[in-house]
Write a protein that binds this ligand. Structure first.
Ligand code: SAH
Length: 261
């Protein structure tokens, strides 16, 4: 990083990864260490927050799927105000800022106000979940692509998802914000023709202290999801590639697809 990459008044949207501080990039660590102020989401792990120097101002903007403690426009304004005050600003976002991270809104608000805003990438949850489970999201002859899908809908509205395009197979599907919509995902995919025994992995608190994974099958997805805490961040992976894992035994579980014991 060149010295002028973080001049006063600059804002960096920094990918904080899934939780484990060792999964941060070196650039992210340097930016966190040099910031005057750090704004962070609810999903940024404690281990990452622990890297913020004591003297640095820190502001929780607590955004979490469905439960926004600050709305997006308020966050945009806070970032613009901090930049206008000549601070070096880090905006920490869980995973990668470009995956369901509302980064475009923040970047355009900052640029419109005349500030320099840049992105430092992070490891998105789907990649970290695959890594912990020892699976590959793509797999020769099995999974030709990966789809990152949001299963978050506006309050009370049905999910606006093209199920038939997802159910064609040969893809690994990564559903973010899908815990509460697990039943809809299961029914949507099965109605569109996906087989009920399609492998599924539910991954909760990926890379964090209470990481938990469950291998199951599509027609058991709704039931299986109930065993996860409602407020824990949860990712759902669906596809044939999900079954080809070499999961670390201490933290993996199996459900229905393999016999117990
Ligand atoms: N930008 C983030 C995603 C933000 S959307 C990224 O790239 O990963 C928030 C959703 O991400 C959560 O609802 C959950 O589905 C998923 N998520 C984020 N962190 C997670 C974690 N540590 N374990 C499991 N899922 C996680």
């Amino acid at each position: 990083m060149r010295p002028d990459d973080f001049a006063p008044g600059t804002v960096w949207l920094v990918g904080a990864g899934p939780g484990d501080a060792e999964l941060l990039t070196m650039k992210a660590v340097r930016l966190i260490e040099r910031a005057d102020i750090v704004f962070y989401d609810a999903l940024v792990g404690d281990a990452v927050l622990a890297l913020i120097p004591d003297a640095t101002e820190r502001v929780s903007v607590g955004k979490r799927s469905g439960r926004h403690s600050k709305d997006q426009r308020t966050i945009d304004t806070m970032l613009v105000d901090a930049a206008a005050a000549g601070k070096r600003v880090v905006r920490l976002k869980g995973g990668d800022p470009s995956i369901f991270g509302r980064s475009t809104e923040e970047l355009s608000a900052l640029r419109k106000a005349g500030h320099i805003a840049r992105i430092c990438p992070g490891i998105t949850t789907a990649c970290a979940a695959a890594a912990s489970a020892g699976i590959s999201l793509t797999l020769r002859g099995v999974a030709r692509d990966v789809r990152f899908v949001t299963a978050h809908s506006r309050r009370g509205a049905a999910l606006d998802i093209d199920w038939s395009s997802l159910a064609k197979g040969e893809s690994t599907l990564a559903f973010y914000m899908g815990r509460d919509a697990a039943g809809d995902i299961m029914r949507g995919l099965m109605r569109a023709g996906m087989s009920g025994d399609m492998p599924v992995m539910i991954a909760c608190d990926v890379s964090g202290p209470s990481e938990r994974r469950l291998a199951t099958r599509l027609d058991l997805l709704e039931l299986a999801t109930r065993s996860f805490a409602a407020d824990a961040p949860t990712l759902i992976l669906v596809g044939e590639a999900v079954e080809h894992g070499i999961a670390a035994p201490a933290i993996s579980e199996t459900h229905a697809r393999q016999s117990h014991g």
